[in-house]
Ligand binder design. Structure first.
Ligand SMILES: Cc1cc2nc3c(=O)[nH]c(=O)nc-3n(C[C@H](O)[C@H](O)[C@H](O)COP(=O)(O)OP(=O)(O)OC[C@H]3O[C@@H](n4cnc5c(N)ncnc54)[C@H](O)[C@@H]3O)c2cc1C
Length: 467
């Protein structure tokens, strides 16, 4: 075969493959069944779950319908109800409030957004504005939690980001120096001072964030639920929404047969959002595992020396995060990430992922060798390709509001995004225009099978690289 024929055949094969891939990507959503599944939340936190509200049993006509009773949905409903007491607002939650990530997370209450927290990406003044905005929102959240009458919702104890390698520590030191110049009060701690705070000598250094803390995830859900109900919001649990029919008045079709009509809709469905036909190409849900020990004795706690009781996370891509509960349990999460085909939910518990957590815990605290976990569970983290979240308005009639893509950094941010959703819904868009996460266009994530292949390759790479 001569070179020209070879070249022609090569180009034809390349164009054919590209066209085939493009067509497969385009038709995939219509070929693959979209069954929403809401798996049971097995987290330790659910031991504090009060009884559910009754489900929706009649048709409803409301000003605002919120799908999803996690932090985002409850915060949006609370802020809308508080600002406009005459609006009829209803939250529709498939299972119980907090059944998703809000009732399964590691409880770290952190300022900033995930991508800025990992690296200083924005110009200095923008970085500072986002930092201040998220710190102020955290203060508002802490005040709401403290006023809820529920004990032990939040502890503003600070937090550490820990570094294992010299390169990570150098990055931490450079980050600290640059943001301290902006008035952000973080501190760089060397190995000794890190060990003094959290007991373990496994880390070279850490960065101390005084404006951080720790929440009891499900108690925070309930503090928000009480606040939303006090603002006049009706919350229906065990009320799954099956589909959304867009219009100037949106119609929601409930699994139990009712219809909800709403002038505005809030999608607060996090990792489940693609099942309603939205943000499939912006979000990829991945699983994270968390486990908690039995309560440690005073002697055990003294021997590990975690004096500050501050939660901490390391700086790896497959991050580990740890916290200490008031009753002396250590909970540890992360270290792995898994994606289930077509944004599915994980079936069986992953013994390997929980083993990784046990190994990491005893590497950090050798005195805990042989300790058993009292609970282990998983939860879905809604990842975007650029690790930046999204909040805004969409739909042909510009009446569908959303907040998602928190990338494992949503305990604090969801409260702020609920407020932003409320203000956008009230037509107050102007103050939010300067923030890049409002009404942004996230990088494109393809449909199956490409998303499955891509995510497997990426998580395998980070797993093998020990990151
Ligand atoms: C294991 C884990 C650890 C984490 N650790 C931290 C941490 O330490 N710090 C931090 O800042 N962030 C952390 N996060 C992230 C944080 O928990 C989330 O960003 C936050 O909870 C998202 O809240 P949400 O309300 O948007 O979503 P969710 O809490 O997931 O709520 C969505 C709700 O929508 C409901 N729903 C979905 N579809 C429907 C439907 N069709 N009809 C009715 N209801 C529906 C679901 O049942 C669910 O209750 C972690 C996440 C996980 C999973």
């Amino acid at each position: 075969m001569d070179r020209r024929t070879l070249l022609r055949r090569g180009v034809t094969a390349g164009v054919g493959t590209a066209l085939g891939a493009w067509s497969l990507n385009a038709v995939a959503p219509f070929l693959l069944p979209e069954w929403p599944v809401w798996d049971v939340n097995l987290s330790l936190w659910m031991r504090f779950q009060p009884p559910h509200n009754p489900p929706l049993t009649t048709d409803l006509d409301v000003d605002v319908a919120v799908i999803g009773g996690g932090y985002t949905g409850l915060s949006a409903a609370y802020h809308i109800g508080k600002a406009a007491p005459n609006k009829h607002v209803a939250v529709l939650e498939a299972r119980g409030v907090g059944n998703g990530a809000s009732g399964r997370n590691g409880g770290m209450l952190l300022p900033n957004v995930a991508n800025e927290y990992l690296q200083l990406l924005s110009p200095a003044d923008v970085h500072k504005r986002v930092y201040d905005l998220t710190v102020q929102s955290m203060k508002n959240l802490v005040a709401l939690a403290k006023g809820s009458g529920i004990d032990g919702v939040v502890d503003s104890v600070g937090a550490l980001e820990t570094f294992e390698t010299k390169e990570e520590a150098e990055h931490g030191r450079a980050y600290t120096e640059s943001v301290r110049g902006l008035g952000i009060p973080v501190k760089y701690l060397d190995r000794e001072r890190t060990a003094e705070a959290i007991g373990t000598r496994a880390y070279t250094a850490s960065v101390y964030e005084p404006n951080a803390g720790h929440v009891h995830p499900i108690k925070l859900v309930h503090a928000l639920k009480l606040a939303a109900e006090a603002a006049g919001v009706k919350i229906y649990e065990d009320s799954p929404v099956l589909s959304v029919e867009e219009g100037p008045v949106t119609r929601l079709h409930m699994a139990s047969g009712q219809t909800v009509k709403a002038r505005s809709l809030v999608l607060a469905t996090n990792a489940f959002t693609s099942k309603l036909g939205y943000f499939r190409n912006a979000i990829a849900p991945v699983y994270n595992y968390v486990a908690a020990t039995r309560p440690l004795s005073v002697g055990e706690l003294t021997s590990i020396g975690w004096r500050s009781r501050m939660p901490f996370n390391d700086a790896r891509t497959l991050v580990y995060y740890l916290g200490l509960t008031p009753e002396g349990r250590i909970h540890i999460g992360g270290g792995s990430a898994a994606y289930a085909w077509n944004d599915g939910v994980a079936g069986r518990p992953d013994v390997k992922a929980v083993d990784l957590l046990r190994k990491e815990l005893t590497r950090l605290y050798p005195a805990l060798l042989g300790i058993e976990f009292d609970a282990s569970w998983n939860g879905m983290v809604d990842m975007t390709l650029d690790w930046a979240p999204l909040v805004g308005v969409t739909g042909k009639h510009r009446n569908i509001y959303y907040g998602l893509g928190y990338c494992g950094h949503g305990v604090n941010l969801t409260f702020l995004f609920g407020r932003i959703i409320a203000e956008l819904e009230a037509g107050q868009e102007q103050p939010w225009r300067e923030f890049s996460f409002v009404n942004r266009h996230p990088p494109y994530i393809p449909n199956e099978p490409f998303r499955w292949i891509g995510i497997q390759a990426e998580t395998a790479y980070y797993g093998l690289a020990g990151q």
